[in-house]
Design a protein around this ligand. Structure first.
Ligand code: PGA
Length: 258
């Protein structure tokens, strides 16, 4: 895992005003030093603050600003939507797609995720593709079937180099915002399965290079156990990242500074 740069991702969801966002970023920049650790801190923030935040990062930094969703078309009559060239234009480095809340409330399917991923790649924005099973699917023993379909469909028409620009965020849907995080064996099995599937779909090199991170009720209390798991290249944090001191404990655990 040594060659894969670890990621700590913060998903703000629908939270924070401009002032709150700038304040958070300024304090996070003060607390992190690009010279002393090798990691990426990806802040997935509302569209309303991407540009104002991205503009503040003008020197070397561990931090980058990213989106939480995108439309699959480049331009056109899609009222209320934002496209991948627009995200690139405001300085987004990555964009999440297929988050379980998008799937649940907005009907996002694996086919839509695939279209969005291809659009992002075309604009030079890295896709962060969220996958994961529901509780019912896990209880029925269908976890790997679900992951297999999500990977196969989401990465349809991807080249091996597209895959390596992409981050996979494995988030069991039952663990998001619930306080119930997957245990170490469940996480290890899912990440191992995803990496072996990447090898089949693409190549051994893609499987080794693609970063697979875990999300779902990650907190300062469970980060040490999660970060020890083989094949986990980092974490995606929702609720616990809204408070900067909590988020910094997670960042420090991953960077080894904790
Ligand atoms: P959570 O959210 O950390 O609040 O469970 C994770 C996510 O939605 O990415």
């Amino acid at each position: 895992m040594a060659e894969r740069t670890p990621i700590v991702l913060s998903n703000w969801k629908m939270n924070k005003t401009v002032n709150q966002s700038l304040d958070y970023l300024a304090n996070l920049m003060r607390a992190t030093d690009p010279k002393s650790s090798r990691m990426e801190i990806i802040l997935c923030v509302p569209f309303s603050v991407i540009k104002i935040m991205a503009d503040k990062i003008n020197g070397p930094s561990l931090i980058s600003i990213s989106g939480q969703d995108v439309h699959w078309e480049q331009w056109g009559a899609y009222t209320g939507e934002i496209s991948s060239p627009m995200l690139a234009d405001v300085g987004a480095k990555f964009c999440m797609i297929g988050h379980s809340e998008r799937r649940k409330y907005f009907g996002e399917t694996d086919e839509i995720v695939n279209q969005k991923a291809l659009a992002l790649l075309k604009s030079g924005v890295g896709p962060i593709v969220c996958i994961g099973e529901t509780l019912e699917e896990r209880q029925l023993g269908l976890t790997t079937n679900i992951l297999e379909k999500q990977l196969r469909v989401s990465f349809n028409r991807f080249s091996a180099s597209d895959m390596e620009k992409t981050v996979i965020l494995y988030e069991p849907r039952w663990a998001i915002g619930t306080g119930k995080f997957a245990d170490s064996d469940q996480i290890a099995q899912a990440h191992h399965y995803i990496r072996s599937k990447l090898e089949k779909l693409f190549s051994a090199q893609s499987a080794v290079r693609t970063r697979i991170i875990y999300g779902g009720s990650v907190t300062p209390d469970n980060i040490a156990a999660i970060w020890k798991i083989e094949d986990v290249d980092g974490v995606g944090v929702g609720g616990a990242s809204l408070d900067l001191s909590n988020f910094l404990q997670i960042v420090n655990a991953v960077s080894g500074a904790a």
